[in-house]
Design a protein around this ligand. Structure first.
Ligand code: FES
Length: 227
């Protein structure tokens, strides 16, 4: 309740707090329950139908209890072509679950929810998967199985880049916008290298060769309503 009030206070209009509020609900319950929808509606002076419309539109809001960890395998075009489909198929077989299903008791240690993901904006490191939205680059079916097995043993292997791994509820608290106050814990919890050499290769090459982008020409903006 205290956190919900803190979220609402961040916005001039309470309804603007809905997205982080839904993440806050997931940080407590591991999904957006009907009770969570009612809570958001009451706090933000919205109808339950309005809250449901938002919660069912975005795939990051889960309508069924999630595992301790959420494993999202990119099966969009580039990752799929480079092995993402094989990674997903092997994980699905290994865990004995399909899309948005959980191996183990949801919320309990070692439980894993598997899902297909659309492009995760890391095509240069394909095929990729995420655990609780942290990246594990250049996966193979074997490395992915090794990764989920270590999660099931309670380990938290370091992501390829980005913040250290937490669990689904911990990641949801961060997505709601709550971080430790003291700088040292904050840094330990969220800091990490975010760039990959592959991602910067084009910029590095351009710098090396003195290439620059052409200057943008000023063009008049089209009039609003013009055809
Ligand atoms: S297609 Fe997988 S990250 Fe873009």
């Amino acid at each position: 309740m205290e956190k919900a009030q803190a979220l609402i206070a961040r916005y001039p209009q309470s309804r603007s707090a809905l997205l982080p509020m839904l993440h806050l609900v997931q940080s407590v319950q591991g999904y957006v329950s009907q009770e969570g929808i009612g809570f958001c509606a009451r706090q933000l002076d919205l109808s339950e139908a309005e809250v449901s419309a938002v919660a069912t539109f975005y795939t990051m809001y889960k309508r069924r209890p999630c595992g301790e960890h959420l494993v999202s395998v990119c099966t969009n075009t580039l990752c799929a072509a480079l092995g993402g489909d094989a990674v997903y198929a092997r994980l699905s077989e290994h865990l004995g679950v399909g899309h948005e299903e959980t191996a183990g008791e949801p919320g309990q240690p070692g439980s894993i929810t598997l899902e297909h993901a659309e492009c995760l904006a890391a095509c240069d490191l394909a095929p990729v998967l995420q655990v609780n939205y942290e990246f594990y680059d250049k996966q193979t079916p074997e490395s992915a199985v090794e990764l989920v097995d270590s999660l099931r043993r309670g380990e938290k292997p370091a992501p390829s880049r980005g913040a250290p791994l937490t669990d689904f509820k911990g990641a949801e608290l961060q997505l709601a916008g709550f971080f430790p106050d003291d700088e040292e814990t904050f840094t330990a919890q969220v800091d990490g290298p975010s760039q990959a050499v592959e991602t910067l290769r084009g910029a590095a090459l351009a710098q090396e060769r003195g290439w620059t982008a052409p200057v943008m020409q000023d063009a008049p903006l089209p009039e609003v309503g013009a055809k």
